[in-house]
Design a protein around this ligand. Structure first.
Ligand SMILES: Cc1cc2nc3c(=O)[nH]c(=O)nc-3n(C[C@H](O)[C@H](O)[C@H](O)COP(=O)(O)OP(=O)(O)OC[C@H]3O[C@@H](n4cnc5c(N)ncnc54)[C@H](O)[C@@H]3O)c2cc1C
Length: 605
């Protein structure tokens, strides 16, 4: 390292600009006021191939940053899943079709097919609008976390030496960055993870797969649906993509693993060979190419999860750096985006002095549990996918029913909608019975309400942006007569200096950290939104009605759907990442106080 290497002090250094790193950077940019840098060793962003399936929950996450619209415009929307199995003559035939997403509460009930580079471009453009660009080609070559006393939240305990790969050797080659937090988003072979000495626990499977992106010419009738083909010549998965492109995943029987490294040896395969394998699986349908092969790869499935996700809650790993699994259930990029979405708001809260650093521990408990579930699921799914189909000769093989049952059972998990976080400081289930169909620890389901002030229908998700604030949904019930007296009394209680709203206020304002959305029951033709006490209507657009819209096509029945008693006032606390953290009746406000006291820092401290 040059003795004159420049030194700087920053809040967060992100190492790696794949989906996990870019989501982290986007979340910090959206939060605002965080001094963040992101580096990548690649000279430019990827432009083809890699991940290409964005699941229903990930679309919701992108929507919460205001980024879903472009992805929906550019990507292919995949609604149907088709299944092909061998008939008695040994040729594949259509066994059945099913919805591509089995998650009844999905706001976006489809998978978006768009290549990883295009998805990354959406993040990169948002970041550049917020003056954040990836510093590349740059990589770290040394990292230390200072030892000794527990670090104060304002200290810079992580020292990282960076190497700028394109800089001339006589100057600007190295740089020292002192960071409060470091996020290792540097992929499956993570340098950060290895530097921290964190192991990957799990195993490598014997399944080897090839993947190739083409524009096909074929008479296969389900080429524009997701199609799982179990043929006597091996399995094949078809994923239709943006424009006329299609991705083919084919199972390889040839041994393409280099015995010395245990990694696949790409030189033993070619895209033409992959197409030939696909042709055999698709027989009797024909398959030829309408244009050049865009991208191809081969891989062997490893199912592993990191033994821990952080060192001293100052350096974290996210994405493929902490979990690897087969790409066929299309989870890697989705899981990586959700890891970053889960972690970033917690770091922001700690950096701003709003939350105790202990909140950071929930990143590992929530996301490592999820990754473990993902590996368990992947083991079952990969075995079902890669196994031989049942035929007259092979009665031990996998039946269509077994495969489609697995999809039914795990549909919520695959789509990301069913991801569940367990009890912790930020997940409190004490009053689950107050809204038993709103599952605490799962993401807030979508619901159309009507704005009380102007009768416009709104999707509640659009009132839950990833802006680092807790959203307090107050289900007020009907606002007539004696109820209004009760609701006014509650408003006074919440305005008291001891209430959670006031305890964490900044400069007398709670709107920095909380957003209140009130939901009354009533008829839009007679409702007066000004009857809602001021504290429950920070803005006219935040008073909603559980009613059907004027066109009578959407909205209504939310109290019944969520199983909320309209005779009570019920608080639903939605975390900044869109997950329900707590529910409580207004008679248990002290429990809400306790919930926030377990991780927020009162402003008087
Ligand atoms: C063929 C294939 C198909 C897939 N299909 C899907 C799918 O349909 N859906 C899905 O969800 N997932 C899919 N995946 C998985 C998905 O690609 C990964 O899970 C995802 O890219 C992980 O994101 P990440 O940001 O954690 O890591 P990566 O995308 O690997 O990004 C890591 C970044 O870190 C950089 N980096 C690495 N080391 C360093 C270093 N030392 N210094 C600086 N920078 C560094 C790299 O250059 C890279 O840009 C697929 C993967 C493959 C291979």
């Amino acid at each position: 390292m040059s003795p004159n290497a420049p030194e700087s002090y920053i809040d967060v250094l992100i190492i790696g600009a794949g989906p996990a790193g870019l989501t982290s950077a986007t979340a910090f940019a959206a939060a605002g006021g965080i001094n963040v840098r992101i580096i990548d060793q690649r000279a430019s962003k990827i432009s083809v191939g890699h991940a290409d399936g964005v699941h229903a929950r990930t679309v919701e996450v992108l929507q919460s940053y205001g980024l879903a619209e472009r992805m929906l415009r550019e990507g292919n929307q995949l609604y149907m899943y088709a299944f092909y199995n061998p008939n008695d003559a040994g040729e594949i035939e259509l066994t059945g079709r099913a919805p591509g997403v089995i998650a009844p509460t999905a706001r976006f009930p489809f998978v978006v097919g768009l290549h990883q580079g295009a998805i990354e471009a959406i993040f990169l453009d948002f970041m550049s609008q917020n003056n954040l660009i990836v510093d590349r080609p740059t990589r770290p070559y040394a990292m230390e976390i200072s030892q000794g006393q527990p670090h104060s939240p304002s200290s810079y305990p992580v020292k990282v030496t960076l190497e700028h790969l394109n800089a001339p050797t006589d100057g600007g080659k190295t740089e020292v960055v002192h960071a409060k937090y470091v996020i290792g988003a540097d992929g499956a072979h993570s340098w950060v993870r290895q530097t921290l000495g964190i192991d990957m626990v799990g195993e490598q499977t014997d399944y080897t797969w090839g993947v190739v992106d083409i524009v096909p010419d074929t008479n296969f009738p389900d080429i524009r649906n997701k199609a799982a083909i179990h043929s006597e010549n091996g399995a094949c998965l078809i994923i239709p993509r943006e424009d006329d492109k299609v991705r083919l995943y084919v199972q390889l029987s040839e041994d393409v693993v280099d015995p010395s490294t245990r990694r696949v040896d790409k030189s033993q395969m070619s895209p033409e060979k992959l197409i030939e394998v696909a042709r055999k699986s698709l027989h009797p349908y024909y398959l030829s190419l309408s244009s050049e092969i865009e991208w191809w790869s081969i891989y062997i499935i490893g199912q592993r999860v990191a033994s821990k996700y952080s060192d001293k809650d100052r350096v974290f790993i996210v994405g493929d750096a902490c979990h690897t699994h087969s790409p066929k259930a299309g989870q890697g990029m989705n899981a990586s985006i959700s890891d970053a979405h889960n972690l970033a708001w917690k770091i922001v809260h700690v950096l701003r002095g709003w939350a105790h650093p202990s909140i950071l521990k929930t990143y590992e408990t929530e996301r490592r549990n999820y990754a473990q579930d993902l590996i368990d699921f992947d083991k079952r799914y990969a075995a079902l996918f890669s196994g031989k189909p049942r035929t007259l000769e092979n009665q031990e093989g996998i039946t269509h029913e077994e495969f489609s049952r697995a999809l039914q059972i795990h549909g919520g998990f695959i789509s990301g909608i069913g991801v569940h976080y367990y009890l912790s400081a930020i997940v409190n289930t004490k009053h689950q019975t107050s809204a038993k169909n709103l599952v605490i620890g799962e993401r807030m389901p979508p619901q159309i309400f009507i704005q009380g002030a102007d009768a416009r229908p709104v999707e509640v998700h659009d009132l839950l942006p990833a802006d680092t604030r807790f959203k307090i949904l107050v289900f007020l019930g009907p606002l007539d007569g004696s109820r209004l007296v009760k609701v006014n009394g509650l408003a006074n209680d919440l305005d008291a200096p001891t209430s959670f709203l006031r305890k964490y206020s900044i400069d007398g304002q709670f709107s920095h950290i909380f957003d209140i959305i009130s939901i009354a029951q009533g008829d839009k033709f007679v409702f007066n939104y000004l009857h809602v006490p001021q504290i429950f209507r920070p803005h006219w657009s935040k008073v909603l009605l559980d009613d059907i819209d004027v066109a009578r096509t959407q909205g209504g029945d939310a109290y019944e759907r969520f199983s909320i008693n309209p005779q009570e006032v019920t608080f639903v606390i939605v975390r900044p990442d869109g997950f329900v953290g707590m529910i409580a009746p207004s008679t248990a406000l002290e429990d809400v106080d306790e919930y926030f006291a377990s991780f927020l820092i009162p402003r008087t401290c």
